[in-house]
Ligand binder design. Sequence first.
Ligand SMILES: C[S@@+](CC[C@H](N)C(=O)[O-])C[C@H]1O[C@@H](n2cnc3c(N)ncnc32)[C@H](O)[C@@H]1O
Length: 270
Amino acid sequence: MSEKDYILGTHDEELIRLGLQHRVWRPMVLDCWQRAGITVGKRVLDLGAGPGYAALDLADIVGPYGEVVALERSGNFVNAMRASFRRRGISNAKIHELDLMTGDLPKAHYDFSWCRWVLSFVSDPSLLIRKLGAIMPKGGISIFHEYAHYETWRFLPPIAAQEEFRKHVIATWRESGGEPNGGRNLPALLFDNGFHIRSTRPLIFCVRPANYIWQWPITFIEVYLPRLIEIGRIDRTFADKVRADLAAAEKHPNALMITPLVAEIIAEKV
Ligand SMILES: C[S@@+](CC[C@H](N)C(=O)[O-])C[C@H]1O[C@@H](n2cnc3c(N)ncnc32)[C@H](O)[C@@H]1O
C-alpha cells in the first residue's frame, strides 16, 4: 500500500486534524511518557510520526542530550514535520521518509519507541513488531497507543447515522488493508518478539459536548465524510444527515459520547 492509498489521506485538512487530535490527547500522552520513564537525555524512536506533533514534544522533553528519530512514509507529512522542527529550532531530531513495511528501521541504541494509531493502517502489524523487536535493545521500552475496540465509539442517546458512519469507517479501513482494532494482537505479537508487558491502561472517555475531547471524533467525522463521498461509499444526503444529527446532539443538554477504546501498552524488551 502506497502513500496515495493511505485511507485517511495526507492532505492539509488531515494534517490539521492530526494537530487537534494531538492537542486533545496531549495530557494523556505526557502522563504516559512520564510513567514510562521518558526524560532528558533519552533516545526515542517515533514509528509513523505523521506531521510530527508528538515527535516535537518528545524532542523538547529529551532535550539537547537526547534524540528523537521520527519515521514517516508520507512526503507531505515529512515536509510539514521538517518545517515545524525548523521553525521551533529543534536540532535533536532525525526524520526519515520511510515505509515501515518495506524499509529497514534505522539502527541506534533506543531507550524508547513510541507508536500511536499506526497499527490500524500498516498492512502487516506482525512485520512491524518483528522489525521493532530486532532493533530495540534489552531493557528498551516500547510504548503503544492503539485502537483495541473501535466499536465502543457511540453517542448516548444513540445516533443511528453515527453508528452507520462508524461501520463505513471500519469497512473502508479494512478494505484498504488495515485493521481498525490494530492493537488487538499486540500482546501476542510483543511476546513473540521478546517483549514483556510492563503496564496497560484502557483509554476511553465518556464526554459531553463542552469537553475538548468531544472535538476529536467530531473533527474526524468532518474530514472523513468527504473522503467517504470521494470513494463512492456514501452520498451527500447521508453525509448531511450525519452532520445534522451531530449538530442536534451538540445542543442536547444531556448528550454524551463514548470514545473509541485505545489500549495503552508499555512493554520492555527482555
Ligand atoms: C493516524 S496517523 C498517526 C500519526 C501519529 N502517529 C500521531 O499519533 O499523530 C497514521 C500515520 O501512519 C503513517 N503510516 C501508515 N502506514 C505507514 C507505513 N507503512 N510506513 C510509514 N508510515 C505509515 C501515515 O502516513 C500516518 O502519518
